[in-house]
Design a protein around this ligand. Structure first.
Ligand code: CAA
Length: 711
């Protein structure tokens, strides 16, 4: 096959060929993750040609340098014109190689990287390796033979599990299911691969014939498939992920592996892959992938900012948030002191943590040894003095400025110099809290989202005094504990809750006019949110918002709303799911929200009191008003510099509020929805209501004029 010059964008040689004895070694070296870029593809073909032409090479070995095997196609090339050789061409070239090719896998073999390995004759994995086809997470399907070869190796059922979930399997499981032929403990993939390739040649000599046939020529376990398998999977998808495009095409492609010969199945896979590639969901999911990584790079924060060491952590307050935050640290192997003056609260927290871990263990995701290891990292204490030696203290006390300032005054007196003092407040002024200390440069907000041990978002709130070192350390810590840390500025509600608040006001206004909470929630779940606004309020607890509103009214905040029907429900003890009743009612032990006539009458009474005659509200009005008001608020947040970039807002809503990932994030979606249309609607609602909520953001108007959102 003719191949272009095998250089990458940096002009280096991403793929090299070198012979070790009778084995020709092809090495991919394309940091950071050996993504299969055009340079790598061209290099692979050129190196393969060289190996096939090398008369002294009886077998070939494919290995990767650096931290991982090839982690997939180069995602940055998607959406551009395909540049030859394509991945399917590289795979076909390997498949047809006249010499046995072994792939030695370390790190992660993902997507196109695994498809390349699948086209080799033999796969050996190092013990820590992970192998998977995560294309579904990018709105795609494996488009270089993965849906045809994987079922031939592991059977269609397991192949569907892997391709539909996108989750990788470890080396041992890969061996057990037949995805790899051997697991080889060695210092380097080269060492493991050379040993395996030598053994293969010996086996061939002993057998006196070729012992290997490419996967494409095998039928393996592909016969005898349960005929109901595909119908069952389609029904599951329709119930679980009705919005998603690519999973249905994945089922079609794997079915083709069972019903069609290899070449026809591969052609079908290609056609389905191209459909996925053209779908807006692919663009949204890829934006979401890069957004998660982009937010780690904080504009204006010097990359060389020194970091403090976080060895010992402490959490003050053993309520729901404090308990979850303590688990986040323990999950990352960090010792954590969980402090609360109430020994009852500590006992409850410890029991909750154990119960959570044991449930995870029952699902097979932790061993009991790991459960005990994590429990041993969490030390409950009633004494605040015990936190004196912590490198980081996260305060998760009651959401009241007086309480928080008192805690910070004490922490200032107790904690060692250089300790980072963080508050988990979701709404209060970080600077006012920092001013209770003599070291505002060490203070910042670490706003976890409930349940803290599950939700990936961490808003890292920079106060006026927070130093670069403290911010950089917090961002690094976020990554260490598996969170998506997004740096934001200090304002009421920061970024996520500030936008949520506007959506909430609009949702309340719609209900005031005649919509029902169920209608609002249905429109939002049809849009793709996992929960509607009011079901989410029930999950968070009505008492939380009620308490915040009371604080604001007490503080004389002119923007604090008058008491409404939500306050009435909270006063009646309907605090949401946890009390079995909120905006909805819940049957014992169930999380399914059910409409409740008591709530309908509270809403009706509220409308009567305000002199409103309810009207029929169109679903389109609900969609437009709930979502466009968020976009307008997001633009204002950028106007004020509270968030640095549109991508920060996208990541916040994706990881903290269940914004549908296939829509890419709030502002990515806004770009697709049409900025002119959104701005025109915002202006119309501003004229209609005169409300500051709808006052158009100058930035939104600029975006509308330009037709796109820069950066
Ligand atoms: N293409 C381009 N860049 C990639 C990439 C890819 N496939 N995978 C990772 N990167 C980049 C990241 O954007 C990041 O860049 P910056 O440093 O500039 O931000 C860098 O590589 C390091 O990535 P991470 O920060 O994610 O590093 P990690 O060690 O935490 O994780 C990883 C490594 C597990 C490989 C993770 O990056 C990952 O899951 N990558 C995506 C893998 C994937 O989805 N592959 C399938 C692609 S689709 C395909 O292959 C099928 C096809 O036929 C088209």
């Amino acid at each position: 096959m003719a191949s272009p010059a095998p250089t990458d964008a940096a002009g280096g040689l991403p793929v090299t060929y070198e012979r070790h004895g009778r084995i020709g070694v092809i090495t991919v070296d394309h940091p950071p993750v050996n993504a299969v870029s055009q340079g790598v593809r061209g290099g692979l073909v050129a190196a393969l040609d060289e190996g096939l032409a090398d008369l002294a090479a009886e077998a070939l070995l494919l290995v990767c340098a650096g931290r991982t095997f090839m982690a997939g196609a180069d995602i940055r090339e998607f959406g551009k014109a395909p540049a030859p050789p394509t991945l399917p061409e590289v795979v076909a070239w390997l498949d047809a190689a006249g010499k046995p090719v072994t792939a030695a896998i370390h790190g992660t073999a993902l997507g196109g990287g695994l498809e390349i390995a699948l086209a080799c004759h033999f796969r050996v994995a190092l013990p820590g390796a992970r192998l998977g086809l995560p294309e579904v997470k990018l709105g795609l399907l494996p488009g270089a033979g993965g849906t045809q070869r994987l079922p031939r190796l592991v059977g269609p059922e397991k192949a569907l599990d892997m391709i539909l979930s996108g989750d990788p399997v470890g080396a041992e499981e890969a061996l057990a299911i037949g995805l790899v032929d051997a697991v080889e403990d060695a210092d380097t993939p080269l060492e493991a691969g050379l040993r395996a390739a030598e053994r293969l040649l010996d086996r061939r000599r002993l057998a006196g014939r070729d012992v290997l046939v490419p996967v494409s020529a095998r039928s393996g376990r592909i016969t005898g498939t349960d005929p109901a398998l595909f119908a069952r999977r389609r029904a599951e998808l329709a119930a679980k992920t009705p919005h998603l495009f690519s999973p249905h095409r994945i089922v079609d492609a794997v079915e083709a592996a069972v019903t069609l010969p290899f070449a026809d199945g591969t052609a079908r896979e290609r056609a389905l892959f191209l459909e996925c590639m053209a779908s807006p969901q692919r663009a949204g999911l890829i934006h979401a992938f890069f957004a998660e990584r982009e937010v780690a790079k904080v504009p204006g924060l010097p990359t060389e900012a020194p970091l403090r060491t976080i060895g010992r952590t402490a959490v003050v307050g053993a309520g729901t948030m404090g308990t979850g935050i303590a688990m986040c640290f323990a999950n990352a192997g960090l010792p954590v002191l969980l402090q609360d003056s109430s020994t009852d609260a500590l006992a409850r927290a410890t029991a909750t943590i154990r119960r959570n871990y044991e449930t995870t263990a029952r699902k097979g995701r932790l061993t009991m040894e790991q459960v005990e290891g994590r429990m041993a990292l969490i030390r409950p204490t009633p004494s605040l003095d015990d936190v004196a030696g912590a490198d980081l203290v996260v305060e998760a006390a009651f959401e009241s400025m007086d309480v928080k300032r008192a805690v910070f005054r004490s922490l200032d007196a107790i904690c060692k110099p250089g300790a980072i003092l963080a508050t988990n407040t979701s709404t209060l002024d970080i600077d006012a809290i920092a001013q209770a200390t003599t070291r505002p440069d060490d203070v910042l907000g670490l706003h976890f989202f409930s349940p803290a041990q599950v939700m990936r978002l961490l808003e890292v709130v920079r106060g006026a005094g927070t130093s670069d070192t403290v911010l950089a350390t917090a961002m690094a810590l976020a990554r260490k504990i598996g969170k998506v840390g997004v740096a934001v500025g200090n304002c009421h509600g920061f970024v996520g809750n500030r936008i949520l608040h506007q959506r909430g006001c609009e949702a309340m206004a719609l209900v005031g006019e005649g919509a029902s909470p169920q209608q609002v929630d249905r429109v939002l779940t049809e849009f793709g949110f996992p929960l509607g606004h009011f079901a989410m309020t029930d999950l968070a607890g009505l008492d939380v918002g009620w308490r915040i509103r009371q604080e604001r009214r007490k503080a004389g905040d002119p923007e604090a709303e008058a008491p409404d029907w939500l306050d009435v429900l909270a006063e009646r003890g309907r605090h949401g799911q946890k009390t079995g009743a909120g905006v909805y009612r819940y049957e014992a032990g169930s999380r399914v929200p059910l409409p409740d006539p008591e709530v309908d009458s509270v809403i009706a009474e509220d409308r009567r009191r305000r002199g409103i005659t309810p009207r029929i509200v169109a679903d389109e009005d609900v969609r437009e008003r709930c979502l466009y008001v968020m976009v307008n608020e997001a633009a204002k947040i950028l106007d004020e510099g509270v968030a640095a970039r549109p991508v920060d807002i996208d990541a916040i809503w994706l990881h903290g509020y269940g914004f549908p990932s296939w829509r890419g994030g709030l502002l990515f979606w806004a770009g697709q929805e049409g900025l002119r249309r959104i701005a025109a609607a915002v202006e119309r609602h501003a004229r209609r209501t005169g409300s500051p909520r709808w006052q158009p953001s100058p930035r939104l108007l600029r975006w509308a004029e330009a037709g796109s959102i820069p950066g």
